[in-house]
Design a protein around this ligand. Structure first.
Ligand code: AMP
Ligand code: MG
Length: 491
């Protein structure tokens, strides 16, 4: 039996300027190291067949499955604020699209599958470490309930890639509701190709915002839709302590999914200024800067859409500004509501925002672990004697002072302590992909060809809101000598 992919491609039917047709470059000795079987089933693929040698060849780009129409997508983008008129898929190839079990169109893309016309000076390849990092973190994000691209598979290629040293090469099979980015619009905007912008916008509306079909002002509504999804997405990132690391406009998805996991990381101790990425020297993409940067990226999208607004320039700009102006409010509403849930409030009252801010300030001052403080707060809600939350604070008295006010506030609500704890545990994860764990997993795989730690970490992170007492150690913050201070793009 051969592996059947039920492809129904739409992007490759767009005009030639949208992409370059290019097949993956075959690799020496593909070996499947991870298949996401549940996702395979969701996509209508046979996981048993994907685990055969033929399946591994497909997932490594050595064999192109029937019905695939491999392309590298064109896009531009602002990288750290600098505009680059042509980026494009330099090491990724879209095999095609399938309609999943829920009727959602999903891209199946190989990342690290060889050079394309967009590779510039790059080799088109990916190293094993970053592939494992992306696999782990994006699947963790999915389990946390955050919109994200997914990982279908990881294969090692049997070849080396040359970075600072020679490293094992790998290919990630990535699944996304699409790979269309703010940078895709920018690609056509800088070329003043208004027809292409309109075609792209129509494709995006049909695919990601079908509720806007027939709207009187579809392109205004599209901008508003992307603004709303991005505002909500970034709020969700902040609520779990996620730092994307490279929020360039080419890494900002139009569908509102988290995309392009590079030097991303979750913070351990709470610090709004936290940056991990080695290439983010100015802290442009620091934790607390992410909402501002998302709005900056969306402003670039608005500029691309202006020619479609069908008004004189000045009027169009005014309209765009009004739509963008909604971002701060949508973001804060989502963020504050999420924080209220994190501290176990069922209702909204005056003073809640200040109560929350005071907790965050105390956490920052006392180097409290972001994830554990909130998780243990759930225990403290259930049992006032539980003191694991206060133990996160360098000066536990700072917590006590705050907790007194918090208890007075929660006492105004009818829910029992147990109900409160259950609600809090459903939004405050026990397990996040902690950097030191991710690093350890990568080291074991790269240095010892040992994937057992990877498997176990992926398994634990699939149920982030469950206590999993047998895996309690995975919730621990790093010891001082385990602390990861920097993450690398590793492209
Ligand atoms: P990223 O930082 O991964 O979002 O990539 C930024 C741009 O660089 C995109 O156009 C990528 O396709 C390209 N790129 C990154 N790594 C490579 C590589 N190894 N070979 C070719 N192109 C690459
Ligand atoms: Mg990218």
């Amino acid at each position: 039996m051969t592996v059947h992919f039920p492809f129904q491609n739409s992007y490759s039917a767009l005009p030639d300027s949208f992409f370059a047709r290019v097949a993956p470059t075959p690799v020496a000795a593909p070996r499947l190291i991870k298949l996401n079987r549940a996702l395979a089933v969701q996509l209508g693929l046979d996981p048993d067949l994907l685990e055969t040698p033929e399946g591994a060849e497909i997932l490594a780009g050595k064999r192109v499955p029937e019905g695939a129409d491999p392309i590298a997508m064109a896009y531009a983008g602002h990288q750290f604020g600098q505009f680059v008129p042509q980026l494009g898929d330099g090491r990724a190839i879209l095999l095609g699209e399938v309609i999943d079990k829920d009727g959602v169109r999903r891209d199946i893309q190989l990342k690290g599958s060889g050079p394309t016309p967009f590779s510039r000076r790059g080799d088109g390849r990916a190293a094993l470490g970053p592939v494992l990092r992306e696999y782990i973190v994006c699947e963790a994000m999915f389990a946390l309930g955050i919109p994200t691209t997914r990982s279908l598979a990881a294969v090692v290629t049997g070849e080396h890639v040359i970075r600072e040293t020679a490293l094992p090469g790998a290919v990630l099979t990535r699944v996304a509701s699409s790979h269309i980015r703010v940078g895709t619009f920018q690609f056509f905007a800088v070329r003043r190709d208004t027809d292409a912008i309109r075609q792209l916008a129509d494709h995006v509306i049909a695919r990601h915002y079908p509720e806007l079909l027939g709207n009187e002002r579809p392109y205004h509504a599209l901008l508003a839709g992307v603004v709303a999804r991005q505002a909500d997405l970034v709020a969700r990132w902040l609520l779990v302590g996620f730092i994307h690391g490279v929020m360039n406009t080419d890494n900002c998805s139009i569908s509102g999914e988290t995309i392009d996991y590079g030097p991303c990381a979750f913070m351990d101790t709470y610090d709004p200024a936290q940056v991990f990425s080695s290439i983010d020297e100015m802290g442009r993409y620091a934790y607390a800067n992410q909402p501002r940067i998302a709005l900056w990226n969306l402003t670039r999208l608005a500029e691309c859409l202006l020619p479609l607004f069908g008004e004189e320039q000045e009027k169009a700009i005014e309209q765009a500004q009004e739509i963008l102006g909604a971002f701060p409010d949508i973001f804060s509403k989502a963020y504050q509501a999420g924080l209220r849930r994190k501290i176990g409030l069922f209702t909204e009252r005056d003073g809640d925002d200040a109560l929350i801010q005071d907790l965050l300030d105390a956490m920052a001052k006392n180097q409290a672990d972001f994830t554990l403080t909130f998780r243990r707060l759930g225990d403290a809600a259930g049992d006032p004697a539980a003191d694991d939350a206060r133990a996160q604070f360098m000066d536990p008295a700072a917590f006590d002072e705050w907790a007194k006010r918090w208890r007075e506030r929660t006492a105004l609500e009818p829910q029992t302590a147990a109900e409160r704890r259950t609600a809090m545990n459903a939004v405050n994860p026990m397990f996040i992909p902690r950097n030191h764990r991710v690093e350890a997993v990568i080291q074991a795989a790269v240095n010892n060809d040992d994937y057992a730690p990877f498997e176990e970490l992926v398994k634990v992170l699939a149920k982030p809101y469950e206590d999993q007492p047998e895996h309690a150690a995975y919730a621990d913050p790093p010891l001082p000598d385990q602390r990861v201070l920097q993450t690398f793009c590793g492209t």
